[in-house]
Design a protein. Structure first.
Length: 369
């Protein structure tokens, strides 16, 4: 085996939000270089000279080019900034072209149907790393990320997968603006993130596309009755969501009033919903009320609002920091110290989670050295 390390210069660094949750799947791989004789004989020398390839223990007997490509795809799907990512992509494209991405998409769909959303995310992500224009891979990746965070997990896990899902659906709608399903799932993603104005606009666009498709189907010579019924059903569903989002949209408009310095107008909007049971867990509503009350010097109301935030979001740093500032301005040093201590504990836990994730990633990368 050669000891050279001649990886290609890694291209664009990717903002990898979820890699820390996926790299553990690489534990079952070992990495070793193929012989120079084999590389030269098969025309792979320039791409893989000095580059270790991933191999599972059960691959050792019948290791094929296709299996090597699958393993490479799995690795870059786990770690989008993997040191040899670009070498692996070039090797895959040399042997199978961009069509290999469609194989990965089908593999991802198959495992997603078995609720293995980690594996599905890995396959879909690898597919669009190989071909960034593979909209099917991007869309399916968004679906898998959404399914993953809906199963639950740590706050960091859910937040990372939510962000990935939204970005994937946004890219889908930009690259394929006539693909109604992209708007459907983007609307849900926005709604789950509390972006109600965007969600309503997105569902309206989905409804427009579905209505256009229904009109075209109705005007066809032989309209498919089942498809027509499905379209009518999803149009009704979109109408229901658009209607249900009217009040959350108003609440978000209240947030925007506060952020733009129109505090009294923000309070007027938001205070209409504080007594409503269905909105008591909307912690941003209480937070922005607290900010607005603070800015117009209604300190007791501000304090009550920030405490309401903590009732539904106990580790909310924003609310705790506001309470520290409020109590210090009132000379209530004991209360300020109480929340400073709570902030320190939350930040320590966050840092520990990050440190543990980095250590896991570092251990995985050290297996290559």
């Amino acid at each position: 085996m050669s000891n050279k390390k001649q990886s290609m210069k890694l291209g664009n660094h990717i903002n990898d939000r979820i890699g820390e949750f996926l790299v553990g799947h690489l534990d079952s791989y070992i990495f070793d270089e193929l012989s120079d004789d084999f590389l030269k004989k098969n025309g792979f020398f320039e791409i893989l000279s000095g580059v270790p390839v991933p191999v599972r223990k059960d691959d050792m007997v019948n290791l094929s080019i296709k299996k090597i490509c699958i393993n490479m795809a799995f690795v870059i799907g786990c770690d989008a900034n993997f040191r040899y990512r670009d070498n692996y992509i070039e090797f895959i494209k040399l042997n199978y072209g961009l069509d290999f991405g469609m194989y990965l998409v089908q593999e991802g769909v198959d495992v997603a149907e078995k609720n293995d959303f980690d594996y599905a995310c890995i396959m879909f992500r690898a597919a669009f790393l190989i071909n960034p224009e593979n909209v099917d891979a991007i869309y399916c990746y968004g679906r898998a990320c959404a399914d993953a965070y809906q199963k639950g997990g740590s706050e960091a896990f859910v937040g990372a997968f939510k962000a990935e899902a939204i970005e994937a659906f946004e890219k889908t709608t930009l690259k394929r603006p006539d693909f109604k399903e992209g708007f459907y799932y983007l609307g849900y993603a926005y709604m789950n993130l509390g972006l109600y104005i965007k969600a309503k606009l997105t569902f309206e666009e989905f409804k427009t596309l579905a209505e256009k498709e229904l009109a075209e189907l109705s005007n066809s010579d032989e309209p498919d009755a089942e498809t027509k019924e499905d379209l009518m059903s999803v149009i009704k569903e979109a109408e229901d969501w658009i209607s249900q989002l009217e009040e959350p949209v108003k609440i978000e408009e209240g947030y925007n009033m506060v952020m733009s310095g129109r505090y009294s107008e923000g309070i007027e909007i938001l205070s209409q919903y504080t007594g409503r049971e269905e909105y008591k867990t909307f912690w941003p509503m209480w937070y922005y009320l607290g900010v607005a009350y603070k800015e117009i010097d209604m300190q007791d109301m501000a304090e009550a609002a920030f405490i309401s935030v903590l009732r539904v979001s106990p580790s909310n740093l924003y609310a705790m920091e506001e309470l520290v500032h409020l109590y210090k301005s009132q000379g209530r040093s004991d209360m300020a110290e109480k929340y400073e201590n709570k902030i320190a504990i939350v930040q320590e836990n966050i840092e520990k989670d990050r440190s543990d994730a980095k250590e896991m990633k570092s251990q995985d990368k050290n297996t290559l050295s």
